[in-house]
Design a protein around this ligand. Structure first.
Ligand SMILES: [Zn+2]
Length: 644
């Protein structure tokens, strides 16, 4: 789902609709004349920023998300709309949808020469005296020969042109070597190797294709040389968009539902060797939102393991002071609390921080005692709690001044947390930590910020207790729609059985109109198309045609792996999901009408119209409630009969 989610996170439906529809603010929402039917008397078109949806209460009686709006307005299909909105949002689409084949073959050539370089560096390590010193170093750090081989580690000799000339002898030209980031051109047209006298770490993309190298200095006399250098930016290598080890870690991250970010390449390798296959690292000291987005495809639970100095606590504190104003513009995030909270709420991830023992790297810890690593990860705490405890450590908490300072630093952070329940819990935790009363703490809470027209602020509004209930059910339905679609993707033919059950319950067939989320609606269309073609099995058809993002989570949840549910149970589950989706939609509609009638100065509907609409909806809700209790939906209608 990542690309669509990202696009939605970046764009504001109010902006997009406003391009062509004149909107007026009424309370939390915006209202205007529907662009899809002709009407200039009653504004019946409402945009709900909380849930980022729109609806026409007039002749169309239709609504949806930002994609649905643009598709309808422009008459485009989903793919065109995605290209347009992704471009607007500055979101990169996957290569499959965007690149020309010429581009792809250029990249293929780059990958090939990088693979050659991997082989070259490996031979240097195994076959030369200089290289064997590097090998000794790796052995000392506890790496086995098998590990060294799996990760393709190697050695770049102390020569200015060993690699360059070896590869040119093999027929690779200078400009290709330069584009791959392996050599640097001099003004006179000669060149020199970028990596010299370094331990070499091949860096691969998520799917294991070569992207570049990291090189660690080993025995240089040159004290000014950087400890680590990476490939320069190339068509394959963008250090902010890659994570070291993700190709090896992605399966385990998905399986264990957790990713652990450590700081160095050696840490990643050491952890994997010890059986912790969910570790990855960035290419330097900064983590970017792109990297979190990449990880989120595999799990939303992310643990940062930081060492207690530079990258850890100091950075946390520095972040507190500096990041606040600039975050919206900054592309690159440091290890700072505010940035992490921002990413966490944007990506709806769960980011936690754990601190390593003083002076020890993860690979050392795990080599000495794998259990110790498990404990360190288990101790990870939410970002706010981490900051609170870090600030309070080794401070005199009896001192009123200290208390005030800590509160002043932590309270604004708490305000940035999107979830109101979580916010409340943090305030209480802070009050306990400082031994003060929560009310006293709240009295010092900074004034509520002016509403910003950014998505972050809207998300906050969307989750705050005073927000309308619409938003909640919108995100609830996104989950349900996903469930419904995934059941069909796993077993497309179950759609027939599902529709038969729905028919028996007096309900319409499950249809694309049941999907409010455009990406899932698109997925559902594909399921239908898979059933309508006879070139291959529906499942194969889906595998070939499914856009990236929709294929995630192919396996049923763990419980059902132990005891696979009967077909009957699975079907009942599908029926329940559809009924719940429809019930939520009806419920939304009821609330929307009540909202429109009570909060707008000028009523959208007359009392009578509203009554008719409401009665219709209440009736529909009753039918759905009955269906929900039927045995076809896994319920027992016996209890219903009793209560009657
Ligand atoms: Zn309309």
């Amino acid at each position: 789902m990542s690309v669509v989610d990202e696009v939605k996170a970046q764009l504001d439906i109010v902006d997009i609709v406003s391009q062509t529809v004149k909107l007026r603010r009424t309370g939390k929402n915006y209202i205007g004349f529907c662009p899809f039917h002709s009407n200039t008397r009653t504004p019946a078109f409402v945009v709900f920023p909380d849930s980022q949806t729109w609806r026409c209460f007039g002749a169309c009686n239709e609504g949806g998300d930002i994609f649905r709006f643009v598709m309808k307005r422009e008459g485009w299909d989903f793919a065109e709309t995605l290209r347009y909105l992704a471009d607007k949002a500055g979101v990169q689409l996957s290569p499959r949808t965007q690149e020309s084949s010429a581009d792809e073959s250029h990249k293929e050539a780059l990958r090939q020469v990088l693979e050659e370089a991997v082989q070259f560096f490996r031979r240097q390590m195994l076959e030369t005296d200089e290289g064997r010193q590097a090998l000794d170093y790796l052995h000392q750090r506890g790496l086995s020969d098998e590990t060294i081989k799996i990760w393709g580690l190697g050695y770049a000799p102390s020569s200015w042109n060993a690699l360059g000339s070896a590869l040119q002898r093999k027929g690779y030209n200078q400009s290709l070597l330069e584009s791959a980031g392996l050599i640097t051109l001099r003004e006179d047209g000669t060149s020199y190797d970028r990596f010299r006298q370094r331990l070499m770490f091949p860096i691969r993309d998520t799917y294991g294709k070569m992207a570049g190298f990291g090189g660690r200095i080993l025995f240089s006399e040159d004290q000014t040389a950087a400890k680590y250098i990476n490939s320069p930016r190339t068509d394959l290598f963008d250090k902010g968009g890659l994570l070291y080890g993700l190709d090896m870690a992605r399966r385990e991250i998905r399986k264990s539902e957790q990713a652990v970010i450590v700081e160095g390449y050696m840490d990643v390798i050491g952890l994997h060797q010890a059986g912790f296959h969910n570790a990855v690292s960035p290419m330097g000291t900064a983590l970017t939102e792109d990297q979190f987005t990449l990880l989120k495809k595999f799990s939303r639970n992310i643990v940062l393991a930081l060492d207690p100095d530079a990258a850890g606590e100091k950075a946390t504190l520095r972040g507190l002071e500096t990041a606040r104003q600039t975050l919206d513009q900054e592309a690159e995030l440091r290890f700072d609390a505010r940035g992490l909270l921002h990413v966490e709420s944007r990506l709806r991830a769960d980011i936690r921080v754990t601190t390593l023992p003083e002076g020890k790297d993860p690979d050392e810890i795990v080599l000495a005692d794998p259990k110790a690593w498990e404990q360190i990860v288990a101790k990870a705490k939410p970002v706010v709690v981490h900051v609170m405890e870090t600030l309070a450590a080794s401070q005199n908490l009896e001192d009123a001044k200290v208390k005030r300072e800590i509160a002043a630093q932590v309270l604004p952070l708490i305000e940035d947390v999107a979830d109101p329940v979580e916010r409340e819990a943090y305030r209480e935790q802070l009050a306990r930590l400082l031994h003060v009363d929560v009310r006293a703490l709240l009295a010092s809470t900074p004034q509520k910020r002016q509403p910003r027209r950014s998505r972050g602020a809207q998300r906050e509004a969307m989750l705050s207790p005073e927000a309308s209930p619409l938003a909640d059910s919108a995100s609830r339905n996104r989950i349900l729609e996903k469930e419904a679609l995934q059941a069909l993707l796993r077993d497309p033919e179950s759609l027939y059985r599902l529709n038969r059950s729905l028919g028996l319950l007096g309900l319409e067939s499950f249809d694309e109109a049941d999907f409010m989320e455009s990406d899932f609606r698109q997925g559902f269309k594909l399921v239908k198309a898979s059933l309508e073609q006879d070139l291959m099995s529906p499942k194969e058809y889906l595998e070939e045609n499914l856009p990236e993002g929709l294929e995630e989570k192919d396996e049923p949840p763990t419980m059902s792996k132990i005891l696979p549910p009967s077909e009957e149970k699975r079907l009942a589950e599908q029926v329940r999901t559809v009924v719940r989706i429809r019930r939520n939609v009806v419920q939304d509609r009821i609330q929307e009408i009540q909202f429109l009638q009570s909060e707008l100065e000028e009523k959208t509907f007359s009392e009578e119209e509203a009554q008719i609409l409401l009665l219709e909806l209440l009736n529909r809700r009753r039918i759905l409630d009955l269906a929900f209790q039927s045995p076809l939906a896994g319920g027992s209608n016996l209890s219903y009969k009793h209560s009657r």
